[in-house]
Design a binder for this molecule. Structure first.
Ligand SMILES: Cc1ncc(COP(=O)(O)O)c(C=O)c1O
Length: 357
């Protein structure tokens, strides 16, 4: 039996979108492929509220994150982490020998703007990396507030991991001045895993041209060069199957209406939080709750694996806590094409199971 996914990626993919993955192949160097990529780019610019260049990558989001620390840091990176995926930025720096410092907060909290201001005042950094929506703790950083701090340091570039928020929460890239905004296909965009995307500012691309040893596959300068000069091509053979599905899914997203889509995510998040506080407690700081995934403190010490096993028998799957939060928390994702009815059906089933655990 297929288990309906309420895990924070991969998510349920609607059957029509899945069908598009089976579109007969086209040559990746032809006009048809370039037109396809151009269409995707334009629609992503709308979704991201940006005029910046869009690059696509046949990899999950981590690939473009790795490319970002290699391409945009000439001096030193300040990594602001609020959990496991924030730390990943730091690991990417370490493994690529990009000089970096890690700034953390206790799990469940967001990055305070003062932490960024204090670090950047040192003048040591030219790149900031940050996670918008920390999938492991259900914390959403406040990009509006952080953007104000970043504006005080125009010589510093910032890369934002929007892997688990783009398509579920409003991210106005140009207004916020985000240089590099990265996301993956398998979360709020509602596609299978395997594709990622980023918007890149022109000033960041100019800067990257001065950086040596940017790598090859995820070199943003090279990726951008193809989009601009070829035009709308990818340096290697891309996952055209994902392109077909993304092209179609972006039409669906825009047809829903962006404001409506974000409002639906907020409504689902509020409903999930209400359920969580009735039965358990919320893990994240109440002022910084994610709109796309809710992390629930296991205050009753239930057997989370058993909860998921029984949910599985009813055709559902949620997520255990991530890393050190395993069993201490569990997570319900409410992203992509999830409807209120889908969520209510899950919560009803959870009511029954939790009463018996
Ligand atoms: C916030 C966040 N950042 C980065 C990643 C890594 O993305 P990917 O698995 O697409 O490489 C994830 C994956 O769950 C994530 O949730």
């Amino acid at each position: 039996m297929h288990k309906r996914l309420f895990i924070p990626g991969p998510v349920e993919v609607c059957p029509e979108v899945l069908d598009r993955m089976a579109t007969p192949m086209i040559g990746h160097r032809g006009k048809e492929a370039a037109d396809l990529q151009a269409r995707i780019s334009q629609k992503l610019q709308t979704l991201m509220y940006t005029k910046n260049l869009i690059v696509l990558s046949t990899s999950s989001g981590t690939g473009l994150m790795e490319g970002a620390v290699r391409s945009f840091c000439a001096k030193r990176t300040a990594v602001f982490s609020v959990g496991a995926f924030g730390k990943r930025w730091y690991e990417l720096c370490e493994y690529n020998e990009v000089p970096a410092d890690l700034y953390e907060v206790p799990l469940g909290q967001a990055t305070p703007p003062e932490q960024i201001r204090a670090a950047l005042q040192s003048g040591r950094y030219d790149l900031v990396t940050i996670t918008h929506n920390e999938t492991s703790t259900g914390v959403a950083n406040d990009l509006e507030v952080l953007a104000e701090v970043m504006a005080e340091f125009p010589e510093v570039y910032w890369a934002v991991d929007c892997v688990s928020s783009l398509g579920g929460a409003k991210i106005e890239v140009d207004r916020l001045g985000i240089d590099i905004c990265i996301s993956s296909s398998q979360k709020c965009l509602g596609l299978p895993p395997g594709l990622s995307l980023a918007s890149v500012s022109e000033r960041a691309l100019k800067r990257a041209e001065t950086v040596k040893h940017r790598g090859f596959y995820f070199d943003y300068v090279r990726l951008a060069k193809f989009v601009k000069e070829k035009p709308f091509q990818y340096p290697s053979t891309p996952s055209l199957a994902h392109y077909f599905a993304l092209d179609y899914q972006l039409d669906r997203i825009l047809a829903e209406g962006l404001e409506q889509r974000f409002a639906r995510h907020t409504e689902l998040a509020e409903r999930t939080r209400a359920w969580a506080t009735d039965h358990f407690a919320l893990f994240a700081d109440p002022g910084h709750l994610s709109a796309t995934v809710t992390c629930i403190s296991n205050t009753r010490g239930i057997d989370v694996a058993e909860l998921n096993r029984r949910l599985g028998q009813q055709g559902y799957q949620i997520s255990n806590g991530y890393g050190p939060l395993k069993n201490k928390t569990f997570r319900i994702a409410h992203m992509a094409d999830c409807s209120r009815a889908d969520l209510e059906a899950l919560l009803l089933t959870m009511d029954d199971i939790c009463a018996d655990l």
